[in-house]
Design a protein. Structure first.
Length: 456
């Protein structure tokens, strides 16, 4: 009898999570029942070096919303990422900057991708979709759920985005066609695409260094916002907001990432089910231009209307700051719960992360009459894998073009240099090219910032 009682007590202790902090599972059920800290964790995506992903495990087990991959991929990256999903509770989103060309963190384990500019010169949109689907399947097999791509910015000659080959074209219709095809291919592969950098980075300076200003809103609506409108109409599940000051849209001195007016404008057109994520709050536009810490900026971004904040300086301070804002009421709990539901809604199907659907979305209103992206009038391939669904109430993804027998080559873009000269003193680093501030320098550049810092 004593032995039976001992077994029962042991089972209760383990089952209730009383075996110690290392055994504690993350949150479960609807976010309305979560603690302030659990909500705060789910709304943060933090950068980790791919060789040190074990450092993320303590916060992942508590419910960290996402892990952004930095550094150079190790040979056992798949096993490292699988370990992030074994702690119980909702799994984190695992994301990477996979634009192609100079911005591709997973090159090595995965084949090289051409730049967006090269893809638009050498492939049709249908071929682009097939290429994205093939690459996306390899991403997902590796354990990566989210691609911070496609870039939906307009190429403006002489400006940062165009000079680095990251934009498809200077023609809004062509950008809409190719970015739309890329996001569709990723969704065919069950990878979440993130359209960036809203409301359009094409005419702006490099926000990794300082704040940047775009043309007025009226001008953006005639050009830069048109491809974003097309992707919203097509059901892209997530949008990254850039650190862009927009006359006529953002409040004076505030970038779109911290602007309540910008989020109201975007949410009205995106609908309540779309995931809105910031560009990295560790970038110079925030830390130098506004002299805000990532923790301070995280609270301001979420209060303004972001669903998820991206940081690369360690998630500890932002999580603490968000928890405090929830506790004192300066960040409304109802807004945090709605955002957490949106994060869960785009999480990997088949995991505990995917059980909560966002509120039903109203039909999105286009920014301007959208550029139409016509799907190829062909039947779907036999027995396809289910694509990433659009958020509730948004348009479903049209069927992909039939698979082809030949393999579309994935090669390094021959016309994309490894560095872009910015002057006599320095060259462009990989952290200058993507939504992050960590990682290593590209070969031939002056120096890297080193791996992403460990969590506080």
């Amino acid at each position: 009898m004593k032995r039976l009682l001992a077994v029962l007590v042991s089972a209760v202790v383990v089952g209730t999570g009383l075996a110690g902090p290392s055994q504690a599972a993350g949150p479960s059920g609807d976010p309305a029942g979560w603690t302030d800290r659990q909500l705060a964790l789910r709304l943060v995506m933090a950068g980790y070096d791919m060789n040190r992903t074990a450092a993320a495990l303590p916060l992942v087990r508590e419910g960290l919303g996402g892990v952004l991959l930095f550094g150079r991929p190790p040979a056992d990256l798949g096993e490292r990422l699988a370990a992030l999903r074994t702690g119980g509770g909702p799994s984190p989103l695992v994301a990477s900057d996979e634009e192609g060309g100079q911005v591709q963190r997973l090159a090595g384990p995965l084949p090289r991708l051409p730049s967006a500019a090269s893809i638009a010169r050498t492939r049709s949109p249908a071929e682009s979709r097939l290429l994205a689907a093939d690459y996306g399947r390899q991403m997902r097999a590796l354990g990566v759920d989210v691609s911070f791509a496609p870039v939906v910015d307009i190429a403006v000659p002489g400006q940062y985005i165009a000079d680095t080959g990251r934009a498809y074209s200077g023609d809004p219709a062509k950008v809409a066609a190719y970015a739309g095809a890329w996001q569709a291919g990723l969704r065919d592969a069950q990878v979440v695409p993130v359209a960036k950098h809203w409301p359009g980075h094409g005419s702006a300076a490099n926000t990794h260094n300082s704040a940047a200003q775009t043309p007025p809103l009226a001008a953006l609506e005639q050009r830069d916002l048109r491809p974003f409108s097309a992707l919203l109409e097509a059901g892209v599940p997530a949008v990254m907001v850039g650190h862009l000051n927009v006359p006529g849209l953002t409040e004076p001195g505030l970038p779109a990432t911290l602007s309540p007016a910008a989020y109201r404008y975007l949410r009205e057109r995106a609908g309540p089910g779309r995931l809105l994520i910031t560009d990295s709050l560790s970038m110079g536009a925030i830390t130098t231009g506004l002299r805000l810490s990532p923790g301070q900026a995280a609270v301001r971004a979420l209060r303004a209307g972001a669903d998820m904040v991206l940081v690369d300086s360690g998630p500890g301070p932002p999580v603490t700051a968000i928890s405090r804002a929830l506790a004192d009421g300066s960040y409304p709990r109802a807004a945090a719960v709605a955002s957490a539901r949106r994060v869960l809604a785009v999480s990997r199907p088949g995991t505990p992360s995917a059980v909560v659907a966002p509120p039903a979305a109203a039909a999105p209103r286009p920014v301007t009459p959208p550029v139409q992206v016509q799907p190829a009038p062909v039947p779907p391939p036999p027995a396809p894998a289910p694509p990433v669904a659009a958020p509730a109430g948004l348009p479903a993804l049209p069927p992909p073009a039939p698979a082809v027998r030949r393999k579309i080559p994935v090669v390094r873009d021959p016309d994309a240099p490894q560095t872009v000269e910015l002057g006599p003193a320095r060259s462009l680093r990989v952290e200058d090219l993507c939504g992050c501030g960590g990682g290593e320098a590209l070969p031939g550049s002056d120096s890297g910032s080193g791996p992403a810092r460990e969590p506080a």
